[in-house]
Write a protein that binds this ligand. Structure first.
Ligand code: HEM
Length: 505
């Protein structure tokens, strides 16, 4: 055989063998598949139409598209395809069965965090693992959470005092401001180890909320950074100014802590101390000041915004449905009533199964986030016969899953009883996803146990100390509004009066 022919045959055989050998690999199989269906994409025009919509407008559109195309759809938003999964079994196959593949984040998707190291926007890799492990073991481990018991009690007393004084001068109290302020007092202490004065707490609340409330406006910048850097220069400037404002407020607290390094009462270790000690494994270096600012800021956001939003939704339902409030008070009376105490203690909480059911029902019916943080796959994968490309984002529709009529009878109703039949309801969705207010799988919210403790502790004590009623001529409107979380469009106003601890039964 001629030499050139031999070379050609050998090359063809190699090429064929390579094809056969890689045929079964996820990437090769993925190449043969199509992405989930969706509306026709008209370049530029579709992008502009979608980018102009706010998140709250996107949700009804997604619902209509799901009704037309099925439980998984593709939209092209900006420069990448966005896949939206509304089906809980499919979410389970993605996040639990293929947990590692689906644990990444799209590059640069959260513009407010670009070039910044934090847990929620880090790629699935060594830095993410180190930061998440630090938060989980140094702050959220049971023993560490317990070391902040006295702080929670101090914050509870502050909250009760504020509500009482507001209710004495006003027939109806707007509660969200008190809830948010209290959560800031608590998380600021957990973060920096200091009880700060009112003005400082307000300043931290201001810089944190400013960025959150603008997050949707800024995130548009990330869908097409090369273009938005030119067309939306002003908005980029605003983002940088807000970041500087935040650093100006948080950095002095971090510096103060790094200079003190004293032990605190009750063996309390504030989050910032754990960050000052931390080493990034690959880069073998400590965190920069800017990185510590962002990590503290993430900790404050997670613990304050989500929790105060959830607390307001739960209390709104207890006001709207007095029979649920009465049943909860009766349960508390059975457990702590004989002590005639003002406080439901943390150690009482595990005996209050209806309280837990009320909190779960609040999170099912009104999850603070209607989507989890966008995920990405680490390589092209096939899920239920559809291609999920590495270049895309994968979004999970949390609110839709909590309303699935195949799982939840009468899904729009607020019925905590449904959780009483669920022996040890699994919020982590490991065996099966029935709802996922904290996400599930590798990226599940690491703070979910702390959040549940805060919600149970505050809800129990709020109803045990006060009667919560609709004010004269008022109403509880459960309409929603998208801020960073999905909040009450018309914040809860209530009439609050001291509760008699004696049984009415
Ligand atoms: C009611 C309260 C809370 C709700 C509903 C909530 C919900 C969530 C959700 C849905 C995610 C995204 C999961 C995913 O991407 O799949 C998340 C992530 C996260 N949450 Fe929470 N959260 C709450 C409280 C907290 C608290 C108290 C903290 C810490 C103090 C916290 C820290 C975080 C962090 C660091 C992440 C990023 C995890 C990662 O990317 O690996 N959250 N949370």
């Amino acid at each position: 055989m001629e030499a050139w022919l031999m070379i050609l045959v050998s090359l063809s055989v190699c090429y064929l063998m390579r094809g056969i050998l890689t045929l079964g690999s996820p990437t090769a199989t993925a190449k043969l598949k199509c992405m989930p269906p969706g509306p026709t994409h008209i370049p530029v025009i579709s992008n502009i139409l979608l980018l102009r919509r706010s998140f709250s407008e996107l949700e009804p559109l997604l619902r209509r598209l799901h009704a037309k195309y099925g439980p998984v759809i593709t939209l092209r938003i900006g420069s990448r395809p966005s896949i939206f999964i509304a089906d809980r079994s499919m979410a389970h196959r993605a996040l639990i069965h293929n947990g590692t593949l689906f644990a990444d984040r799209p590059k640069g998707f959260l513009v407010v965090n670009t070039n910044i190291l934090n847990i929620s926007s880090s790629s699935y890799g060594p830095n993410w693992r180190t930061l998440r492990r630090n938060l989980a073991s140094e702050m959220l481990h049971h023993s560490r959470v317990m070391s902040f018991s006295r702080t929670r009690n101090w914050v509870l007393q502050t909250l009760l005092t504020r509500l009482k004084s507001d209710s004495l001068s006003n027939p109806s109290v707007r509660v969200i401001d008190h809830f948010r302020y209290s959560m800031f007092c608590l998380l600021v202490f957990m973060c920096f180890g200091e009880r700060l004065d009112d003005a400082k707490i307000r300043d931290i609340e201001r810089v944190q909320r400013q960025m959150l409330l603008e997050a949707n406006r800024f995130n548009i910048l990330g869908f097409w950074p090369s273009i938005t850097r030119v067309l939306l220069r002003q908005r980029w400037q605003e983002l940088l100014a807000l970041r500087k404002d935040k650093a100006d407020v948080l950095l002095p607290l971090i510096t103060a802590r790094s200079q003190k390094q004293t032990r605190l009462k009750d063996d309390v270790v504030p989050y910032v101390d754990t960050l000052l000690d931390l080493q990034l494994p690959d880069e073998k270096r400590k965190l920069s000041d800017e990185e510590i600012v962002m990590l503290c800021s993430e900790f404050l956001d997670g613990g304050t915004d989500m929790s105060s939003t959830a607390l307001q939704w739960i209390m709104a339902n207890l006001v709207k449905y007095p029979h649920v409030q009465d049943r909860l008070v009766e349960e508390i009376r059975q457990v702590v009533g004989h002590r005639e105490v003002e406080e439901v203690k943390e150690e009482d909480l595990h005996k209050l199964s209806y309280l837990k059911a009320v909190v779960f029902e609040g999170l099912r019916r009104h999850p603070p986030g209607h989507f989890v943080v966008p995920h990405a796959v680490s390589e092209d994968v096939v899920l239920d016969d559809y291609l999920v490309p590495k270049s895309g984002t994968v979004n999970f529709m949390v609110a839709e899953m909590g309303l699935d009529p195949n799982v939840w009878e009468d899904p729009l109703a607020f019925k905590p009883e449904r959780f009483l039949n669920e022996e040890g309801f699994d919020i982590t969705g490991t065996k099966e996803i029935k709802m996922m207010p904290f996400g599930v799988g590798r990226r599940i919210c690491p703070g979910y146990n702390l959040a549940l403790l805060h919600l149970q502790y505050f809800v129990a004590n709020l109803v045990w100390n006060f009667e919560w009623k609709v004010p004269e001529g008022g109403d509880v409107d459960l309409s929603e509004k998208q801020e960073f979380t999905v909040v009450m469009k018309n914040p809860l106003h209530v009439h609050i009066s001291p509760r008699s601890k004696k049984s009415t039964a």
